[in-house]
Design a protein around this ligand. Structure first.
Ligand code: GAP
Length: 445
């Protein structure tokens, strides 16, 4: 079987598992779906929430030098002129004169011809137009009139909400430079060729942090944040062998960046960007200062001077990280002649932390199990299941990414111990309720 076929198979398996188990559904599916839009189901919503909390915890709660923010999606239209997005935020687009499909001119090798899906638009024989620039920002109207004066942009990145609040946050938090502002929120880009499931979509969520530093210390903090972000992925349980850095050369650098590195992951469809770490210099604050005439400079006692801070940005896609987690966790094993799927999600982000089963539906086992379930539920997201053979129940939880299953059996009724089965090692340990609570607490935090 070709490598390409294997890659497609793995993505198809993941998409199908996501639908079947309630991680991710196609958006508006009963209407035939809406291209590149996806909805998170019960397990997906929980996984996403845990992922965002994991990021928020690392980037704000555990630190003294980063504050949180939740800025509006709609911003003053001038923001996007000042930031350069109106003039610079373009992708080159070509049309196929045969099938009328549109493609990103710089990603033609990766694209598929709609009429001949095994071929790229470079191979299918269709004639392409000359590339032209296509602005990726969505526009809408504010208020009852649909004219240019009431047009506003739907933010294509969360970062600008942080820059325009730099003074507010500095004054209200009384932080001193170096300090950062972190934000999680939706962003929208009218991508020419979205695809690969939730990898590239038109509506997505970003987890961004902007760190304000003295210009003489930008390189030191750039390296510091690269290291922090790499460690974060390892703490999340991502396989380090599938991660690498990609340094942007001068041709790739965004209009605002002096230096940039991407964290890349090896997806089934190849190495691709997962997160960007950028040295944005004083580009953003200088531009906003010039446009608004507000003094965004900072007086630093250490340097006894006023300066416009440089910004080190860490910018991760939440949906893309979630896809990375799913791809990284997917595993198949043959057990007693049956192919079984294991989603080896880290307990830190797994949607369900533990499942509680009575071995059989008699002899007081369900009653004991329900009590344990209610006790655990006060602290963790747990699931109770008494239907079907215990082997099948294990299999359902393995597919849902649940790391631990707790089974109440005959011995439980004698000494109150239950088996706690570890999804990955398959080891079973007998523990009482307080020990299970302590064990889960340690694994999750
Ligand atoms: N503020 C800087 C910025 O937005 P970016 O490299 O354009 O930088 C940062 O985006 C991250 O946002 C990417 O590394 C990716 O994880 C995510 N992202 C960007 N466009 C996306 C899209 N169309 N769909 C899903 N995620 C996207």
């Amino acid at each position: 079987m070709s490598a390409k076929k294997n890659e497609n198979d793995l993505m198809e398996k993941i998409v199908s598992l996501c639908k079947r188990r309630g991680f991710v559904y196609p958006s508006s599916e009963i209407y035939g779906g809406l291209a590149s839009c996806w909805d998170y189901g019960p397990l997906g919503a929980e996984l996403k929430r845990n992922l965002k909390n994991f990021w928020w915890d690392a980037m704000t709660n555990r630190r003294d030098d980063v504050e949180g923010l939740d800025a509006a999606i709609l911003m003053h239209p001038e923001v996007w002129h000042t930031s350069g997005h109106v003039t610079e935020f373009h992708d080159p687009m070509v049309d196929c004169k045969t099938c009328k499909a549109r493609f990103r001119a710089d990603k033609l090798e990766e694209a598929r011809c709609p009429l001949k899906p095994s071929k790229s638009p470079l191979e299918c024989g269709g004639e392409l137009t000359e590339p032209r620039q296509f602005n990726l920002m969505f526009k809408t109207f504010m208020g009852p009139l649909e004219d240019e004066a009431s047009a506003v942009f739907i933010r294509p990145e969360t970062a600008q909400g942080i820059y325009v609040n730099f003074l507010n946050v500095k004054n209200s938090s009384r932080q001193k430079i170096p300090f950062g502002i972190a934000q999680i929120g939706k962003a929208f880009r009218n991508e020419i060729t979205p695809g690969n499931f939730i990898f590239r979509t038109r509506e997505f969520e970003q987890m961004e942090m902007q760190f304000f530093v003295h210009p003489s210390e930008d390189e030191k903090w750039f390296e510091y944040w690269r290291e922090q972000r790499w460690q974060w992925y390892l703490e999340l349980g991502i396989n380090e062998k599938k991660l690498r850095w990609h340094q942007h050369d001068s041709g790739e650098l965004a209009h605002y960046a002096k230096a940039a590195y991407d964290v890349e992951y090896e997806y089934p469809f190849g190495w691709q960007e997962l997160e960007g770490v950028h040295n944005r210099t004083d580009f953003d604050l200088s531009r906003h200062m010039a446009a608004t005439k507000k003094d965004l400079r900072y007086f630093d006692e250490r340097f006894t001077e006023k300066f416009i801070p440089y910004i080190i940005e860490t910018s991760a896609g939440c949906d893309r990280t979630l896809l990375t987690i799913l791809v990284d966790a997917y595993d198949e094993m043959e057990i007693k002649g049956e192919k079984r799927v294991f989603m080896r999600l880290s307990p830190k982000v797994a949607p369900i932390k533990a499942a509680v089963f009575p071995l059989v539906k008699k002899d007081g086992m369900p009653e004991f199990a329900i009590n344990v379930y209610h006790e655990l539920k006060k602290r963790f997201k747990v699931f109770y299941d008494e239907s079907g053979a215990v082997g099948r129940r294990y299999a359902r939880m393995d597919e849902a990414g649940c790391p631990f299953c707790i089974t109440i059996d005959g011995q439980t009724l004698e000494d109150e111990t239950m088996t706690l089965r570890d999804r990955d090692s398959m080891e079973q340990t007998r523990l009482k309720t307080p020990e299970i609570i302590e064990f889960l607490g340690k694994k999750i935090r």
